[in-house]
Design a protein around this ligand. Structure first.
Ligand code: NAP
Length: 244
């Protein structure tokens, strides 16, 4: 897809991968709206990126998703790109006491329910445009799960599956469906300092923009590219080495 002259909504775009994409799309000449839960992060992003639009929204809430779609479609009638990026990563133990279903439920609501529901809410708007795009941000862990975060990995595997189906259903429409598959990237995902071992954010974001511009429909980087393309046998070996 072209990088300029789009109107783009990025969920969770006030930090990390979403913010890095927002910066690059604005620099390329697109109008960008980001949403998130923390007002101070949104305001910080607005100070950083001239012309950025910000909206406070918790995408884990069905009501807030509906209000977000109404407001964005009303105020930005040229919207032609939805980037389902917002995500959380908890490490809720499955086998230890005390159990917290709320941790699992929040992950499912944010990482899985939100992208599915937002896609449904925005498809009628995207169909009105000459060309439009939905970008779903999954994870290398969709292909090779880490046993310590079973629900997170399951939500990402489900988003991969959903994206394949959505792309197939929309194949005769003007909507292109892209899956962006990050490896571990140095962001605050899961809490500050937990992903410092990941690839530098700018390096990953530059790669992602290049793939988007070149029309790649599914792409990873480094370990997530390897995992995405692994044979069943290679995947079994990689799974064993990741989960000693
Ligand atoms: N970093 C990695 O290693 C990695 C690897 C694979 C995949 N990913 C995926 O990449 C995406 C972006 O993550 P990141 O690494 O950039 O982490 P991040 O810096 O923590 O960004 C996540 C963003 O999502 C927002 N968010 C979380 N829950 C939300 C909710 N309920 N409603 C609205 N916004 C919400 C957060 O803002 P608020 O807290 O203010 O709402 C934050 O801006 C996620 O889907 C993640 O799963 C990341």
């Amino acid at each position: 897809m072209k990088l300029s002259k789009n109107t783009i909504l990025i969920t969770g775009g006030a930090s990390g991968i979403g913010l890095a994409l927002a910066k690059r799309f604005v620099t390329a000449g697109s109008e960008v709206i980001v949403c998130g839960r923390r007002k101070e992060k949104l305001e910080e992003a607005k100070r950083l990126i001239k012309g950025l639009h910000i909206l406070k929204c918790d995408v884990a809430s069905e009501e807030e998703r509906k209000s977000l779609a109404e407001q964005v479609i009303r105020d930005f009638p040229t919207l032609n790109v939805l980037i389902n990026n917002a995500g959380i990563q908890n490490l809720p133990p499955l086998l230890k006491e005390p159990q917290s279903w709320e941790n699992h439920r929040q992950e499912i609501a944010t990482n899985l329910e939100a992208p599915i529901h937002l896609s449904m809410l925005f498809i009628p708007q995207l169909l009105k445009q000459n060309t439009s795009t939905i970008i779903n941000v999954s994870s290398g862990l969709a292909f090779l799960p880490l046993a310590s975060m079973p629900t997170y990995c399951a939500t990402k595997a489900a988003i991969h599956s959903f994206t394949l189906c959505l792309r197939h259903q929309l194949k005769s429409s003007p909507i292109q469906v892209i899956e962006l598959i990050p490896p571990a990237v140095n962001t605050d995902l899961g809490g500050k300092g937990l992903h410092t071992y990941g690839v530098p954010l700018d390096e990953f974001a530059d790669h992602a923009m290049k793939c988007i511009e070149q029309g790649e429909l599914e792409f990873g980087y480094g370990s997530s590219e390897k995992g995405r393309l692994a044979s069943r046998e290679q995947a079994n070996e990689l799974f064993a080495s990741m989960n000693p």
